[in-house]
Design a protein around this ligand. Sequence first.
Ligand code: ADP
Length: 270
Amino acid sequence: MSYQQHSFEHQRITEEPFYLPTGDEITVGLAAAANQLPLLLKGPTGCGKTRFMRYLAWRLQRPLITVSCHDDLSTADLVGRYLIRGNDTVWLDGPLTTAVRIGGICYLDEIVEARKDTTVVIHPLADDRRELPLEKRGELITAPAGFMLAVSYNPGYQSVLKDLKPSTRQRFVSLSFRYPAAAQESHIVAAEAGIDKALAGRLVRLGELTRGLKESGLPEGASTRLLIQAGQLIVSGIEVRTACMVGIVESLTDDPDLLEALREMVSAVF
Ligand code: ADP
């Protein structure tokens, strides 16, 4: 994959994203930004972390650069690299460097996925130096006041935090996200999928049931994202149970026993 194709969006968010707060995360996020402190968002997949960052970026009126971390992500992917262009060698800033230069927010989504050596580069940015060394260029950039580092991770998986020095790790302001309470989640699912509250409420009920299957071996139940997805399928005319099967159940597991248990849950709710 060439550098230009890396998945990062660089944008100023002009319209208010729909975000339903589930606690005091907005006040805390704004306070962290005001104090130039990095943010650590913990929580299961699909529970609103990315949406929260979009909302925060909108409130702060700062560009948001999101990097979806993966196991091949190198330091150069974040920081930048020299590229050969014809007879010239040109330097291309990576998303992290761009965010630092423009005083934006860099959100490293699912940082656990990134290679361990990659995360080292965020240390001096996350502590009170707020510096980014571009070793290959012999350049040291000091982050302007607007720069904010945010990382997310799913504590259900192995923790990357042990790889951060305690001095760095303890600079983060940590926000724990969990699935919203039923009434809030119904509101979100209804709004995002464009379905009525009653149907959203049933999908949320199904979501809650799936989340109770942990002891039976399902590592993670249905996320808010999956419930929205099933709602969208229903809006497109897919029969409700089918929508639940293809939009939620089959995405959760391949295990025959768990599939059967989940199918029964769908039948119980719909
Ligand atoms: P994560 O980053 O935690 O994996 P997302 O932020 O992408 O999850 O959330 C998945 C979807 O769930 C979002 O696209 C949004 O539609 C919806 N969502 C979850 N929580 C909220 C919330 N509090 N307010 C509005 N939408 C939400």
